[in-house]
Design a protein around this ligand. Structure first.
Ligand code: HSE
Length: 300
């Protein structure tokens, strides 16, 4: 038995929801093929597109899949083989490790006829994130598994909420070809925040969630602000401020750093606006002298 899985790229944080909010892209992601094997355990037979370890203890898909198998315990005698076609570059900020970890556990769960809840799958996939960045954050793996927007309401106990996605919302991604490791871009963050910046941030997070539930694009746009992380991390991204201003002027609802960067995301109402935003971002970034690529995708 063999299953093909689409493993979506994800935008974590979405400006005001550091480590708790994320969204999945419908049209950007990896492909994975998972097969049942008679041999017990997990093997990774092939990785195309990127030079990543096949050793299951050093591969996020392997670690996540093993966490799932361990939970199954003696009740399951077989194993699984994974082949990965990576299209998302590691260190791009659109959830490369999450796509692999989430794809592996979601695919195996499907081949086994769904013994696990989505929250349980998120927990397994978080083990992959821990390997990748040192921290078991769930804001990429949760949307990769549940689709659309998700909120990690709580980590202990793990409580994942699926948030509705307004149908006209499109993401534009600009990916400068520099690699930023999540572990590194977490090290530069401060471990405490002021009450004042907290107030702004949770006001915006509440506003964004309300806007997503009520299809209020204007409210979504007003809420896409980040007073805590963006001022620190944007320093690592050449041209960030300029391209952000250009996208906003062109009609994007909001612009921010995708996950831990370097990718920059814009959310727009309607495909035409997203395309216009992409064009202007492209023209503008072209003058910076750094290689980059771009994606436009609905959210799903
Ligand atoms: N919330 C995580 C971070 C996402 O910003 O470090 C990493 O993709």
């Amino acid at each position: 038995e063999e299953l093909k899985v689409f493993c979506p790229a994800t935008i974590a944080n979405v400006s005001c929801g550091f480590d708790v909010l994320g969204l999945a892209l419908a049209k950007v992601g990896d492909e994975m093929t998972i097969k049942k094997t008679r041999e017990p355990g997990i093997t990774i037979s092939k990785i195309e597109g990127q030079d990543l370890p096949l050793d299951t203890d050093h591969n996020v898909a392997g670690v996540a899949a093993k966490a799932l198998l361990q939970q199954l315990g003696d009740s399951y005698h077989g194993g699984f083989d994974i082949a990965i076609h990576k299209k998302i570059k590691p260190g791009s900020g659109i959830g490369s490790s999450a796509a692999s970890a989430a794809g592996a556990v979601a695919g195996i769960n499907q081949l086994l006829d769904h013994p696990f809840s989505q929250t349980a799958l998120v927990r397994f996939a978080m083990q992959g994130e821990k390997l990748a960045s040192g921290v078991a954050h769930a804001d990429n793996v949760a949307p990769a598994i549940l689709g659309g927007f998700t909120l990690v309401r709580s980590y202990e106990p793990l409580d994942i909420i699926k948030i509705p996605t307004p149908s006209l919302l499109y993401a534009t991604i600009l990916h400068p070809q520099i690699e930023i490791k999540t572990a590194d871009s977490r090290k530069i963050l401060k471990t405490s925040i002021t009450l004042q910046s907290g107030i702004k941030q949770w006001g915006n997070l509440g506003g964004l969630i309300a806007g997503l539930y009520t299809n209020d694009y204007e409210l979504i746009g007003r809420s896409l602000e980040d007073h805590i992380i963006e001022p620190i991390r944007s320093i690592l991204i050449p041209g960030y401020d300029i391209v952000k201003q250009v996208a906003l002027k062109t009609g994007a609802l909001g612009v921010g750093i995708s996950g831990s960067g370097p990718s920059i995301f814009a959310l727009s109402k309607g495909k035409e606006t997203a395309e216009r935003v992409a064009e202007k971002m492209y023209d503008n970034y072209d003058t910076i002298g750094l290689e980059f690529d771009m994606h436009i995708s609905p959210i799903a």
